[in-house]
Design a protein around this ligand. Structure first.
Ligand code: GUN
Length: 299
C-alpha cells in the first residue's frame, strides 16, 4: 500500500507545536513573538501568499505586522524599512515577499536582514551555517525544512545507507534540501537540467525530491520501487475538462502513475505546500526564543 502524505495534517501538527512554544515563551518571559512581512507592488498571487502568512502568524499567537508598499517604492525606502525592523526588538522575523518589482534589487535587501531575523533562511550566513552542518544556530529555508520533516517522519532522523536524489539546484530549495539530506547521513546527488540520463539517476533514489518546475516530468519508470517521492513542484496547467479557460495545479511528478511504484508520495496540492507557511512560523518562534536567550523548540 502506498502512503500518500497529508501535508495539511502534518502542517497542522507543526502549527500546534508553534502555538504551544509561543504561549510558553509569553508566559515565562513576557515576550510576544513578532513577524513582519513586507510586500511591494500588487501581484495578486503574492498578496494571496502574504495574506495567508499574516493570518497564520496571528493564529499562532504572534504579533503580526504586514507592510504593504506601492510598486513605485525605491530601493532606499525598502532598505530603510528593513533597517527599522532590524532595530525593532518586538520583531523576531522579517520576510520580504519575492519576487520584488523589476526595478528593485532583491539580493541586497535580503542580505541586509539581520541573519537572526531572516526567517526565510536566505541570508548567506544562514546558508553558510547549513553548509557546515550548524543546524542549531542558523535558520533554514522553509520549504526544504518542511520537506525534511516528511523525510524524517518516514525514515527517521538517520538516513545512513539511503540514496537521495534532489532534482533542482536552486538556492531557495535544491541546495539547502541537499545539505539537509547530507547532514542526516544520506548519500546525496543533486541532479539538474544538464544531468545525463536523469531517469537512471532518479531510479537509484530511495528518496527522490523533485523541484524543477516542469509539470509531471517525473514518470513511473523514473521511480525506484518502494521509494519515497517528495514533489515540490507547483505548476498550473490548462484543464479543459473542467471547462473552457480552467486550470489545475500539478506537481513535477506524474502522481497517479508514480504512486503505483513509490511506497510514500506527496500530492500536489496538499503536500509540501502547506508545510512552507508552517515552517515560517516555526522559524519565527525559534528566532524569538534565541533572542530571549532561551533554548529554541525543535520541529
Ligand atoms: N515567494 C514565493 N515563495 C517565497 C518564499 O518562500 N519566501 C519569500 N520571501 N518569497 C517567496
Amino acid at each position: 500500500m502506498t502512503t500518500v502524505i497529508d501535508g495539511k495534517q502534518v502542517a497542522a501538527s507543526v502549527i500546534e507545536a508553534v502555538k504551544s512554544a509561543t504561549a510558553a515563551l509569553e508566559a515565562e518571559s513576557h515576550i510576544k513573538t513578532g513577524l513582519a512581512v513586507i510586500i511591494v507592488g500588487d501581484d495578486p498571487a503574492s498578496h494571496a501568499y502574504v495574506g495567508a502568512k499574516s493570518r497564520m502568524a496571528k493564529e499562532s499567537g504572534f504579533k503580526s505586522v504586514q507592510h504593504t508598499l506601492p510598486a513605485e517604492t525605491t530601493q532606499e525606502e525598502l532598505a530603510a524599512l528593513v533597517q527599522s525592523l532590524n532595530a525593532d526588538p518586538s520583531i523576531h522575523g522579517i520576510l520580504v515577499q519575492l519576487p520584488l518589482p523589476k526595478h528593485l534589487k532583491s539580493e541586497p535587501i535580503i542580505q541586509s536582514i539581520l541573519p537572526e531575523k531572516d526567517v526565510d533562511g536566505l541570508h548567506v550566513v544562514n546558508a553558510g551555517k547549513l553548509a557546515i552542518g550548524d543546524l542549531d544556530t542558523g535558520l533554514i529555508s522553509c520549504t526544504p525544512a518542511g520537506a525534511m520533516i516528511f523525510v524524517k517522519r518516514t525514515h527517521g532522523a538517520d538516513l545512513s545507507g539511503l540514496n537521495a536524489v534532489v532534482i533542482g539546484r536552486s538556492n531557495l530549495f535544491g541546495k539547502p534540501m541537499a545539505q539537509l539530506l547530507l547532514n542526516a547521513n544520506a548519500t546525496v546527488t543533486i541532479a539538474h537540467s544538464r544531468t545525463k540520463d536523469l531517469r537512471a539517476v532518479c531510479r537509484n533514489a530511495d528518496i527522490l525530491v523533485a523541484a524543477v518546475g516542469r509539470p509531471e516530468m517525473v514518470r513511473a519508470d523514473w521511480v525506484k520501487p518502494g521509494a519515497t517521492v517528495i514533489d515540490v513542484g507547483i505548476n498550473r496547467v490548462p484543464a479543459p475538462e473542467k471547462g473552457e479557460g480552467k486550470s489545475r495545479l500539478v506537481g513535477d511528478v506524474a502522481f497517479e502513475e508514480c504512486a503505483k511504484v513509490a511506497s510514500v508520495i506527496t500530492p500536489v496540492p496538499g503536500g509540501v505546500g502547506p508545510m512552507t507557511i508552517a515552517m515560517l512560523m516555526a522559524n519565527t518562534v525559534i528566532a524569538a526564543h534565541r533572542a530571549a536567550g532561551k533554548p529554541a523548540p525543535k520541529f
